[in-house]
Design a protein around this ligand. Structure first.
Ligand code: ZN
Ligand code: ZN
Ligand code: FE
Length: 748
């Protein structure tokens, strides 16, 4: 017989961990106790040594799905205590709790079974949940995570639910949102005018969906607009939502329905079914299929994650469009009253319930590359899990960028990234952003004593940081955009020292006041050098060029000495360029994509951000391997890719009748070669061999399927994102790391 003390750190509270340990201890024939502490859980166990060891292994390997174990420490004790049975000891003072909070969790297999079991008392009850599943982050008002501090507070448990809740043997032990049809939230169906429709809400909602109606459906972190997937209905949804071509995600009843339309590998299947149930970008089986849903080769797909979703599907309705309910670029609608007001005229009916969503949280969007997860939008199901990043200083708030607003807070080696908020260009998003920061500060007990933000003077996130810095007299570190991208990728890969940062995106403010975006940097967290970029591209009309991409095409052609007569309004653009009238320059990779997309005649206008890149990728022939030569011109220390040779080649080959698909592929292949050449230049200068890849342009799968491989062939070690997004949502983490290092150096 032996006795051991075991401390477990990580997310082990509010995720059914104590009942799990209780059951495990019994199964391993151990006696002892468990209690929550400010740093995790503390266990004492007594029994045969081999059983204690087996127990400690299973603590990790069989932990509940939502638990996140950071560390398990086991210490043998000299004496036996003679425990009888296994006790759960009441929690310490809540104020001392180290507050990790679980994300929202998709319905678990046990609850799904009960949902479908006619003899179960929760048969077809849309709010069924247990310690392993259900809402968490989105229903929490404050910590500690207890029912009175959630939006389940108004629902008092019936005797049956209360018994489950208090019984350690029960799988609903301490499940805060536990409820049943007798005591819990209820569904209502309202018509387009907001008047209740009598009858079976689910049955009627399904009828409407089958009839081609558009429904606002309340989910976990906000409302979806749901409708059938046929072209006519989707077109109507696009018209009402004023969303021309941007792809829609779909929710499929099960994997078999997904398999009808998309290819899936094992990792994609795993992630689709993970507790987070994100949207996963899958490759369409047939490129030309479902164009009305997605204008490219991929489709965002998810599986039902709430009981309500499961009830909506059947054989006749195996797939629905499920898109965040919001008006262009404003945050997702999450309150009933807000839905009825803002979605009027868009939704034909509203499927609502009376469990309030307290925090909005959009669906996460992710993908798989080389068998590993590659996130695009980190939100529901992932937030508010922390990242454990060595070298982060305490109590920094990093304010992120703009287009994909995101923030990060640090505490004791953990970094808490905020959820997806959207484009910070309008006041509503800004309000949501500021409110979300306050909420995080409260939930995690972080009072920031330093701030970090982007260099861009016009970002609202910069304004927020500046204001707070002045009001609260806090130090503010301004971090160059691409340096932040590079640092975020370093941080999540646990890299220290110096690396090559290949950072390609649409736009980011440079240290010289121009827009950068095709950068090859070298350096570490504290500082960086700019090693290579591309020749700046003048954008006649500034921001207008992002939508009217023929403007960028004009600049590329004009500066390369090619004929521009086919470009609309060429004379006017010529004048702007000549006189340098409203012609800011940009070295953004996104702009190069736009311009080439227009030159190839794929598209002259973009209807959503990044469409140029998306369409080029979709157009590219699969087996074309040719690339055009990559040449650089020198500007002091900086090497700039001279795209003029390439543009001339494109025009020549186009005139020679080479198909667009071939040219699109050759252009992308040239970018692959450019990536290699940039890194080789950086290596020659510095001897560095580790490359981090970051920036929104690396969401391009064509590039990501080739660049890492090519770099490895040249002896580089390549790192990419696994936990945060390569796009601007990930920038906040990088800002936080750069600020950490600069402040820690000053503070030494
Ligand atoms: Zn469950
Ligand atoms: Zn009940
Ligand atoms: Fe960026």
């Amino acid at each position: 017989m032996k006795r051991a003390c075991i401390t477990i750190q990580g997310i082990v509270q509010g995720v059914g961990f104590r009942p799990f340990v209780h059951r495990l201890a019994k199964a391993c024939e151990l006696n002892g106790s468990i209690r929550n502490t400010s740093r995790g859980v503390f266990l004492q166990v007594e029994g045969e040594e081999s059983k204690i060891l087996r127990f400690s292994v299973k603590l990790r390997s069989e932990a509940p799905p939502a638990a996140m174990i950071q560390e398990i420490k086991l210490q043998w004790e000299e004496t036996l205590a003679g425990y009888s049975g296994f006790q759960i000891i009441a929690s310490e003072e809540p104020s001392a709790m180290h507050t990790f909070i679980s994300p929202d969790l998709a319905i678990c297999p046990d609850c799904l079974r009960e949902l479908k079991d006619p003899s179960d008392r929760r048969y077809r009850y849309p709010f069924i949940n247990c310690t392993n599943c259900g809402p968490r982050f989105t229903i929490i008002r404050d910590v500690p995570y207890d029912r009175p501090l959630t939006s389940m507070a108004p629902f008092s448990m019936c005797p049956e639910c209360a018994e489950e809740y208090h019984s350690i043997e029960n799988r609903r032990y301490h499940a805060q949102p536990d409820c049943c049809p007798a005591c819990g939230p209820q569904l209502t169906l309202l018509d387009a005018q907001g008047k209740p429709i009598e009858g079976d809400a689910i049955g009627l909602a399904k009828q409407m969906l089958r009839a081609g109606k558009i429904l606002a459906v309340k989910g976990l972190g906000g409302f979806h607009l749901a409708c059938a997937c046929d072209a006519k209905t989707v077109q109507e949804l696009r018209r009402r939502k004023q969303r021309d071509e941007k792809p829609f995600a779909v929710m499929c009843r099960d994997e078999a329905s997904i398999a009808q339309i998309c290819r899936m590998n094992a990792e994609e299947q795993r992630i689709l079914n993970s507790p987070a149930h994100p949207i996963v970008l899958l490759e369409k089986k047939n490129r030309a299929q479902l164009r009305h849903l997605s204008d490219n080769n991929q489709l965002g797909v998810m599986l039902p994650y709430t009981p309500l979703h499961h009830l909506l599907f059947d054989d006749e309705l195996p797939m629905l469009v499920m898109t965040s309910a919001n008006l262009s670029d404003t945050p997702i609608v999450y309150k009933n009253s807000e839905a009825l007001e803002k979605l009027r005229g868009i939704a034909d009916a509203f499927l609502l319930h009376d469990r309030e969503i307290l925090t909005r949280c959009d669906d996460s969007l992710t993908s798989v590359l080389e068998g590993e997860e590659y996130p695009i939008r980190r939100s529901r199901g992932y937030v508010p899990y922390p990242l454990f990043v060595p070298g982060s200083r305490d109590a920094i708030l990093a304010c992120g960028a703009e287009q994909k607003a995101g923030f990060c807070l640090s505490k004791e080696g953990a970094v808490f990234p905020g959820q997806h908020i959207g484009d910070l260009k309008n006041y509503e998003t800004y309000e949501a952003y500021a409110a979300q920061i306050s909420h995080f500060e409260k939930l995690f007990g972080i009072q920031p004593n330093a701030l970090a933000c982007d260099l861009h003077p016009d970002y609202l996130s910069t304004a927020y940081a500046q204001e707070r810095s002045e009001e609260q007299n806090l130090p503010l570190v301004r971090v160059q955009h691409h340096h932040a991208h590079m640092a975020s990728c370093m941080a999540e890969n646990g890299l220290t020292g110096e690396v090559i940062g290949l950072v390609w995106d649409g736009t980011g403010y440079g240290t010289d006041g121009t827009i950068w975006g095709s950068e090859c940097l070298t350096g570490g967290y504290s500082s960086f050098q700019r090693c290579a970029s591309i020749l700046p591209i003048p954008l006649p009309g500034g921001d207008r060029a992002a939508k009217e991409i023929y403007r960028t095409a004009f600049s590329l052609l004009q500066l390369s000495g090619c004929d521009t007569s086919m470009i609309p309004a060429a004379e006017q653009l010529q004048l702007m360029l000549q006189e340098n009238l409203n012609c800011p320059v940009s070295s953004g990779m996104g702009r190069l994509f736009d311009g080439i997309c227009a030159i190839l005649g794929i598209r002259t206008q973009a209807s959503y951000e990044g469409q140029g890149a998306v369409l080029l990728e979709a157009a590219a022939a699969e087996n074309e391997t040719d690339a055009w030569p990559v040449t650089f011109t020198q500007e002091g220390e900086l090497s700039r890719f001279d795209w003029r040779d390439m543009v001339r080649r494109i025009v020549e080959e186009q005139q020679a009748g080479i198909p667009t698909e071939t040219l699109a592929a050759r252009f992308l292949n040239t970018l692959v070669e450019l990536a290699v050449q940039m890194c080789l230049l950086a290596r020659t200068q510095t001897g560095l061999e580790r490359v981090v890849l970051s920036g929104g342009s690396f969401q391009n799968r064509y590039l990501m399927q080739r660049i890492p491989e090519k770099l490895r062939e040249h002896g580089f070690t390549v790192y990419r994102h696994h936990s945060t997004a390569p796009n601007d949502q990930g920038v906040a983490l990088g800002q936080l790391m750069v600020a950490s290092h600069q402040l820690l150096q000053q503070e030494e």
